[in-house]
Design a protein. Structure first.
Length: 291
């Protein structure tokens, strides 16, 4: 019994040591598990706010969807109470539907205007989304890449995750080196997004999206996932193999990626204890460093 327990302890400590060694010395994903969706959104918002406080002209990559709404609510509150100014910030959104006018309530431009831009001091000329109604969509995609490059690249890219593990509209099977382009949406993605439309058949069949390679060029990536419906995709992203069938899995090879989860989204992970231990040590070390 004693020997078995000793072997168990050795194995447990070995796992933690290997995990932390990888955490500090190789590309890794830092997994942060918060108690609730609200806490997870708070963490993400604070990460963005700290960046803008330290770099007022930061370049942000932004995402849309219900998961992001509480993040923008917290950013708005910080702007309105005078904590930060977004006046010099530039933004680039991940994607936009093809064939949907910017003025449509179904466009991501409309979502961003109503959720964030219109209620802050951000310069609208510094806010960028692809034009899904451009006459030449290929030229629009190339121009979007050029605008990101002219801005000096993205400092922090905010991501959500699809139920099949896609990021942006980089559907399963997308090239992991892809750039901004038009992408056909899968049946699953259109079904997931149908709740935002009057009828499922109204969901567009394609979108302009930043490519996986474009996303990976960001200096920091923060992926936010909440709810049990994202748990399987999160497990495939964090603990599965690197795969074009789960485009979010490429974050395993980003040198500065955070995956922020609530407990529901983390419910399918096998190594929760390891992630919690690593994060505890990380925060203790940062606290000591800042003293």
């Amino acid at each position: 019994m004693c020997c078995k327990f000793s072997r168990f302890l050795i194995a447990a400590f070995s796992r933690v040591f290997r995990f932390l060694l990888g955490f500090w010395e190789s590309p890794h994903v830092r997994v942060i598990i918060e108690k609730s969706a609200s806490d997870a959104a708070n963490f993400v918002a604070e990460t963005i706010l700290e960046l803008v406080e330290n770099r007022p002209n930061a370049v942000l990559g932004l995402a849309t969807g219900g998961t992001m709404t509480p993040v923008y609510e917290r950013l708005l509150a910080a702007s309105q109470n005078g904590r930060v100014s977004f006046q010099a910030v530039s933004t680039f959104n991940l994607d936009e539907y093809v064939g949907v006018k910017a003025s449509s309530e179904h466009s991501y431009r409309y979502f961003m205007d109503k959720s964030f831009f219109e209620s802050t001091d951000i310069d609208r000329c510094r806010t960028h989304l692809p034009d899904g109604c451009a006459e030449d969509l290929r030229a629009e995609c190339e121009q979007y890449e050029g605008l990101i490059e002219q801005a000096g690249g993205i400092d922090l890219q905010l991501l959500g995750i699809g139920s099949d593990g896609h990021i942006g509209f980089n559907e399963p099977g997308s090239s992991l080196s892809s750039r901004t382009r038009v992408k056909t949406l899968t049946k699953q993605t259109r079904l997931d997004n149908s709740r935002f439309f009057a009828a499922p058949e109204d969901v567009p069949y394609s979108a302009i999206t930043m490519g996986v390679g474009t996303i990976m060029d960001a200096r920091q990536i923060v992926l936010l996932a909440t709810g049990k419906n994202k748990a399987i995709a999160v497990r495939a992203t964090v603990e599965g193999p690197l795969s074009a069938m789960v485009t979010a899995s490429v974050l395993q090879w980003h040198p500065n990626a955070l995956i922020v989860l609530d407990q529901d989204a983390a419910s399918e992970l096998e190594n929760v204890a390891d992630y919690l231990t690593a994060e505890k040590i990380q925060r203790e070390l940062l606290s000591q460093h800042n003293k």
